[in-house]
Design a protein around this ligand. Structure first.
Ligand SMILES: *[C@@H]1O[C@H](CO)[C@@H](O)[C@H](O)[C@H]1NC(C)=O
Ligand SMILES: *[C@@H]1O[C@H](CO)[C@@H](O)[C@H](O)[C@H]1NC(C)=O
Length: 330
């Protein structure tokens, strides 16, 4: 009995030590101006106060409450996944943005239609928001917020893009982000289409590094929006989609848990400044499979990883059958 008790207390002490040790592991990251040193352990929410969606009181509660279950980490074998692009869309769970008034002509501001489609789909389990092929939809900076029913899919088969450059960007909108997905669980972004960032006018802002003489920078506003941002969400999948020409980072995960990325392609020209492929911060359990990332001039910044390990070392960034390079994506 005595031995058992001793063993038990030893075990408890070891667990505590392990938890301490594993709470602050940083992967490699580089010296973007953005990655300031932050105490990301204690307050992930405070990292983005300037442009975070105003976190309701629940946001803090989420942070402090124990993680519900070990996340359904990274599906270990992507080969088992259905090969097709489209989830089976039954009639009553498909929400075509055109049914909510989207014009899809590449010029009309379709933001209101997307918001309405989101609002409706969010209430329904396994809903699919459809952005149909052969149309180009322009929407302004939008926070797509949860919680929603699980299984929500945003399926982009056409082209989805922001306003064309800083001059067209609504003054009232944040110029640090375009699409934000916030407080979602079990959501998928997929499709056979393209999310086009229209980044070229942003890259040419006078403040960007290559614009000044001898690599210096010129004064002027310098914010450029990150294209797609997942914030404080769990069990996310991003598959098949092509994302290109972001004004700044293409895709960003912050305060998320359980991210599965497969057959994603990200591309932007070599000379585009700060167009990192995927930026991962304060995020646990990330798997990236069969994806191609070809982007800007900063060759070592294609992926920035900074995340915390689970105590049981479940967390890993797995890459296989893929390559990272700053080659132009064909
Ligand atoms: C750029 O660098 C060259 C060589 O160092 C120098 O001669 C030139 O004056 C610099 N130009 C400016 C605008 O600083
Ligand atoms: C959502 O949940 C279902 C059922 O647990 C699971 O099969 C699916 O992979 C989840 N999707 C994501 C994106 O995590």
């Amino acid at each position: 009995m005595e031995i058992l008790r001793t063993l038990l207390s030893l075990w408890i002490i070891m667990m505590i030590v392990l938890m301490q040790l594993s709470s602050n592991v940083e992967g490699r990251h580089h010296n973007h101006k953005i990655s300031k040193k932050q105490n990301h352990k204690s307050s992930p929410v405070s990292i983005v106060p300037a442009y975070a969606p105003s976190p309701g009181d629940n946001a803090n509660a989420d942070e402090n409450s124990p993680p519900p279950q070990p996340p359904d980490v990274v599906p270990s074998d992507p080969i088992d996944l259905p090969p097709g692009n489209s989830p089976t869309t039954s009639e009553d769970c498909a929400f075509d943005v055109r049914d909510y008034g989207a014009a899809g002509d590449g010029e009309t501001d379709d933001t209101a239609a997307f918001r309405a489609a989101w609002k409706a789909a969010c209430q329904v389990e396994s809903a699919v928001i459809l952005v149909p092929a052969e149309h180009t939809f322009m929407i302004t900076s939008t926070i797509f917020s949860g919680p929603c029913q699980p299984g929500l899919v945003l399926q982009v088969d056409g082209v989805l893009m922001p306003p064309n450059g800083p001059d067209c960007w609504p003054k009232a909108d944040s110029d640090k982000q375009w699409l934000v997905f916030y407080r979602l669980n079990n959501m998928t972004l997929t499709g056979t289409g393209v999310i086009e960032g229209n980044g070229d006018k942003w890259w040419e802002l006078p403040c960007k590094p290559h614009r000044g003489p001898n690599g210096s920078t010129l004064p002027g506003p310098c914010n450029s929006p990150a294209m797609i941002r997942f914030f404080m969400s769990t069990n996310l999948a991003v598959t098949n989609i092509r994302i290109q020409n972001s004004p700044q980072f293409h895709m960003k995960f912050d305060g998320c848990e359980g991210v599965f990325i497969e057959r994603l392609s990200i591309s932007s020209p070599k000379l585009s400044p700060n167009t990192d492929g995927i930026h991962i911060e304060n995020t646990k359990s990330v798997g990236i499979y069969n994806s191609v990332i070809g982007n800007g001039i900063i060759s070592l910044s294609l992926i920035i990883i900074r995340f915390e390990l689970n105590t049981n070392n479940e967390c890993a960034t797995i890459m296989h059958d893929k390559y990272l390079s700053n080659k132009r994506f064909g």
